[in-house]
Design a protein around this ligand. Structure first.
Ligand code: C6P
Length: 406
């Protein structure tokens, strides 16, 4: 028996009140409960001002709300220090920040960066850019056809040349939950810095950066009920304190003269300019919402729903599911229907008000490895029900019949 009251959850989301919608694209971005929308609206209506700048009550209030969101994020990932939580625009910006600020200082000719073939483009391209800039070498842990990582050569791929290992925690294509602990432990043995891309894991599972002992972790607020334009980079304090800023501007400085500037402390040194204050407040409300449900309950509910979806989908003739051959997977399911192009299929599903993603999911190397150009992806979240899965399957069967001229 699930500990989540899905009817109550659904009633919190305005989007499900005014239209008949089967929303199965939460891995791209989640819908927002009114608690998040209201928190943003309240903040703009009654507490809004710039932060860290004004010597007046409203600015103090805004600063307090912004800082409060940082503390909530700290608790959500169990970080030791609030100074370790850098607000960014999301996972992409977080990874670029590390590539730029840490990479420029610490990567030299011939140094190696290790990622996997399973990465989202945002955990590939920043490393390609910095590798080219610094003369470093980018290496990849290969993937198997079943959507798991092939770790058989990890011992060779990791060496004293490896300076950074950056890994996707949960695949946005296969749903695979990667054995990050094993990789982090082995990376540490060769003295490499580790970064975890938690864009897909943060919405689904409890995260504990102290337990993982990763050096960096990146996530996006909009994939876990929060607004767009906000995310975090967690970084161990001793590491981020030694890093140079990513961008220059207001609030990140200690002093500026015409000839030289000095930097504010972390995390402010990485938050140049007026930050996304209201988005941070909304993100804090999203964390409150998830905390109140309990991440363990969220995780169990989604595991259950995913298993139901897999059984139903695999029963449809001509469906090929990618990944999910091992137990460790999240509620992201990629599949194709024989003889139907994924984009056509997505349009047919849309006619039944079913929203899925079709394409390469910003993971072209994964598609190359599978020898395909795109898939359909159904991704589940706390507001989805077994009835949503049934509607998806009915629509798939109908579409298959249409394409087969039955
Ligand atoms: N994946 C998807 O539909 P941003 O865009 O910065 O919030 O997140 C980037 C990102 C990084 N890593 C992983 C594993 C991701 O899944 C994503 C975003 C979305 O799969 C949009 S492309």
């Amino acid at each position: 028996m699930s500990k989540l009251d899905v009817n109550k959850i659904r009633s919190d989301f305005p989007v499900f009140q005014d239209q008949s919608l089967v929303y199965l694209d939460s891995a791209a971005t989640t819908q927002k409960p009114h608690q998040v929308i209201d928190a943003i609206s309240e903040f703009y209506s009654h507490s809004y001002a710039n932060v860290h700048r004004g010597i007046y009550n409203l600015s103090f209030k805004a600063t307090e709300a912004y800082h409060g969101a940082r503390l909530k994020a700290q608790k959500f990932i169990n970080a030791k220090d609030w100074q370790s939580i850098i607000f960014t625009g999301g996972t992409t910006e977080s990874i670029n920040l590390v590539a730029h600020s840490w990479g420029r200082k610490n990567l030299n000719m011939g140094d190696e960066i290790l990622i996997t073939e399973m990465e989202h483009h945002s955990n590939i391209v920043p490393w390609q850019l910095i590798a080219e800039d610094r003369g470093a070498i980018l290496k990849y842990i290969p993937i198997n056809q079943d959507g798991t990582l092939d770790l058989s050569d990890l011992g060779t791929l990791l060496s004293d040349k490896t300076k950074l290992v950056s890994i996707i925690h949960q695949s946005n294509v296969f749903g695979t939950i990667n054995p990050i602990q094993e990789i982090i432990n082995k990376a540490k043995k060769v003295g490499a810095i580790t970064l975890i891309d938690a864009a897909q894991s943060a919405p689904h599972d409890t995260l504990d950066v102290q337990d993982m002992d990763c050096d960096f972790l990146a996530l996006s607020g909009h994939k876990m009920l929060g607004p767009t334009g906000i995310g975090i980079l967690y970084g161990k304090l001793d590491i981020i304190e030694g890093m140079e800023p990513f961008m220059g501007g207001g609030d990140m400085i200690n002093s500026v003269t015409m000839s030289k500037s000095t930097w504010n402390d972390a995390p402010y040194k990485f938050e140049a300019g007026t930050p996304n204050i209201a988005q941070a407040v909304g993100f804090g409300a999203a964390i409150d919402y998830l905390d109140q449900l309990g991440m363990q309950n969220v995780s169990e509910y989604l595991q259950d729903l995913k298993l139901y979806a897999l059984i139903q989908l695999k029963a449809i003739e001509g469906i090929k599911v990618y990944g999910h051959t091992k137990n460790k997977s999240s509620s992201v399911i990629s599949f194709n229907l024989q003889d139907v192009h994924p984009h056509d299929l997505a349009q047919f599903l849309d006619q039944d008000n079913i929203a899925v993603r079709a394409g390469h999911h910003c993971a072209q190397p994964v598609m190359d490895k599978l020898g395909i150009s795109s898939t359909i992806r159904a991704s589940l979240y706390i507001y989805n029900t077994k009835a949503d899965i049934d509607k998806l399957c009915d629509s798939l069967v109908k579409t298959a019949k249409f394409f087969r001229g039955l």
